[in-house]
Design a protein around this ligand. Structure first.
Ligand SMILES: *[C@@H]1O[C@H](CO)[C@@H](O)[C@H](O)[C@H]1NC(C)=O
Ligand SMILES: *[C@@H]1O[C@H](CO)[C@@H](O)[C@H](O)[C@H]1NC(C)=O
Ligand SMILES: *[C@@H]1O[C@H](CO)[C@@H](O)[C@H](O)[C@H]1NC(C)=O
Ligand SMILES: *[C@@H]1O[C@H](CO)[C@@H](O)[C@H](O)[C@H]1NC(C)=O
Ligand SMILES: *[C@@H]1O[C@H](CO)[C@@H](O)[C@H](O)[C@H]1NC(C)=O
Length: 559
């Protein structure tokens, strides 16, 4: 259903929507958390008379250690009615013991909408989950910011059973997604960037309460992937982020510098959605606001199936007062950073683009390689053509561009999409921060492991593509969150990833990784063994330089 909306048009915007749609698809998983039916329970008294929560127990994946889980602790009042679109308001204290045995409602997504619930119930999604092994300890805290294309994602999709093997406390807050979170008219009623404010409030909650769960509020690491990387990196740049909130950051696959991470026309988007909701006088600000505030959750979701959402610049909360690239110039934080991408992080954009194109033209292979790749370049806005020309020169053999030899061009398409959408925004964030703060370590990785599972075509299947997914977007998370039944070497890889991520959270030094010593490198290739590459920019041509890149094409399928 969603896909059809995406197919509607092959404009630049349509293609981008398609790309973002797939974000969602691959950034999420079906949860396989520990069984909530466990009879034993545990209670924790929150600080400041906030109230008491009831949790239960789970066990870790490899050594069967027991941990406590508190799922669905509300940290904000439900953002519903006049509070819809508004910055969150801290949850009013409760009396008695609040049952946190089940995950809270996920923030409304069209595919997961329980139509039996009222809007007030559906929008009551600002809950967080806490996982811990020792309530009286003072362990490092990891706060995960989920991905999902800014319109999907939940705590439930991120089971803790690998990460809790180590002595850390894991917190997974939910934040608003889609129109109900990101829509803005640049007015008081819809000030913009509410979901980033949700995460800021969750981080304040951690400061207040996490010691009751055995967490050390002075040692908080945020980590976010995909759209969550956009949010995590915006927290690094935002003047609204208090220095006390976190000590280290992990930014996986993307950053707020990416073209997809900023919504360039939120006003036009609100207007469009108002019209689509069938409201009248959408050109009048007051009517427009009223329409959006009063609309039913389900109607908003239906009206926005082909819209893409993301943070905005100039929100009234002062979260992103300027373009991220401008904020970056004044970056002063001394926060150790671990950031990187998967080896073929853009292949999901290629897949979405291929689908959108196939729906529009009867035979994609009749396009030249140049025409095909131009459509990808056009998703970013460089009016001088410099980007197009350099990428054409760097990634394609001259004969290819005017040919229809798409099969040979597959590795080039991989590098093209990966460079534009994921690797450049990560490399630029890392190297600029390194240059401004050379005494604060910045670690860059390329996740290169090819295991049994992939997120390629996670939701709609991948057998119709004339290429494989390679080391796909979100495949790194397969080894951090217990969503797949890993076996053999995959378990070793998972142990390596968990060791790397948690060692960084524990003391700021990820085991076996080398920090940048210049803006050129080195960087870390994450695999069963960790190896180093000298030149960070060589990751931009990872696929074309790979002697074994024939595996990226599907032998049995022509374009
Ligand atoms: C959102 O994520 C969930 C969990 O992975 C999935 O079941 C659902 O289909 C997704 N929704 C959309 C609109 O893709
Ligand atoms: C979030 O958690 C609190 C307590 O469990 C609950 O009041 C609220 O309804 C939750 N959200 C949902 C809809 O599960
Ligand atoms: C929990 O942490 C406390 C404080 O560090 C420690 O004394 C205690 O031994 C720990 N308990 C367990 C079961 O590890
Ligand atoms: C698409 O065009 C190519 C090149 O002309 C041709 O070989 C192929 O059979 C066509 N495929 C379809 C489905 O028409
Ligand atoms: C691309 O840039 C031009 C010139 O700055 C601008 O007019 C246009 O709106 C931009 N298009 C998009 C889709 O951002």
């Amino acid at each position: 259903m969603r896909r059809r909306g995406v197919y509607v048009m092959l404009t630049l915007c349509g293609v981008l929507t398609a790309a973002l749609t797939t974000f969602l698809v691959i950034s999420l998983t079906g949860g396989q958390g520990a069984d909530a039916s466990d009879a034993q329970t545990v209670t924790v008294q929150l600080s400041n008379g906030q109230g008491e929560v009831l949790g239960n127990y789970g066990s870790t994946a490899w050594t069967d250690q027991t941990f406590m889980q508190f799922r669905g602790i509300p940290f904000a009042e439900p953002p519903t009615e006049e509070m819809r679109f508004q910055p969150p308001v801290a949850r009013i204290p409760w009396t008695g013991t609040l049952n946190a045995l089940n995950f809270g409602q996920r923030c409304p997504v069209i595919t997961n909408l329980d139509v039996l619930l009222s809007d007030a119930e559906l929008e009551d999604c600002l809950n967080l989950s806490v996982y811990t092994k020792n309530l009286s300890a003072s362990q490092p805290v990891m706060v995960y910011i989920y991905g999902g294309g800014f319109y999907n994602g939940s705590a439930e999709d991120h089971p803790p059973n690998y990460i809790l093997e180590k002595d850390v406390v894991l917190v997974v807050p939910q934040y608003r997604v889609g129109a109900l979170g990101w829509l803005s008219t640049y007015t008081e009623e819809l000030p913009g960037n509410a979901p980033i404010a949700d995460i800021l409030m969750a981080l304040e909650w951690v400061q207040l309460h996490i010691n009751r769960f055995g967490g050390d509020p002075q040692t908080v690491t945020i980590f976010g992937q995909s759209a969550g990387a956009g949010v995590a990196s915006s927290l690094l740049l935002s003047p609204r982020t208090g220095d006390h909130l976190f000590k280290r950051a992990i930014v996986q696959s993307g950053s707020i510098l990416a073209s997809w991470a900023i919504n360039k026309d939120p006003r036009g988007q609100s207007r469009r959605i108002c019209d689509r909701l069938g409201c009248s006088s959408c050109e009048q600000q007051e009517q427009l606001v009223k329409c959006l505030q009063k609309a039913k959750v389900q109607d908003i979701l239906i009206a926005t199936t082909s819209e893409s959402f993301s943070p905005i610049v100039g929100d009234l909360q002062g979260i992103l007062p300027q373009q991220p690239s401008e904020l970056l110039k004044n970056y002063r934080r001394q926060i150790p950073l671990l950031t990187g991408f998967t080896q073929h992080d853009g292949s999901f954009v290629l897949a979405s683009y291929y689908d959108a194109l196939a729906a529009k033209v009867s035979n994609v292979s009749l396009l030249s390689v140049r025409q095909f790749s131009q459509g990808i370049n056009d998703m970013v806005n460089d009016t001088s053509g410099l980007t197009d020309n350099i990428l054409n020169r760097m990634l394609f053999k001259p004969y290819m561009l005017n040919s229809n030899d798409h099969n040979s061009a597959v590795p080039s398409y991989f590098d093209l999409t990966s460079s534009i959408f994921m690797k450049s925004p990560v490399i630029t964030l890392a190297t600029r921060i390194y240059t401004l703060q050379p005494s604060t370590p910045v670690y860059v990785y390329s996740f290169d492991y090819e295991g049994q599972y992939t997120r390629f075509g996670y939701e709609f299947g991948n057998s119709h593509y004339p290429f494989n997914g390679g080391v796909h977007h979100s495949n790194d998370n397969i080894y951090l969150f217990s969503t797949h039944p890993l076996e053999g070497q995959d378990i070793q890889m998972s142990q390596k990833m968990v060791e790397t991520w948690t060692s960084f959270a524990i003391d700021g030094t990820p085991n076996d990784l080398s920090p940048l010593t210049s803006a050129s490198g080195p960087y870390n290739q994450l695999n069963l063994e960790i190896t180093k590459g000298e030149d960070l920019l060589e990751t931009l041509t990872a696929a074309i330089d790979d002697p074994d890149n024939g595996r990226l094409q599907r032998e049995d399928m022509e374009f």
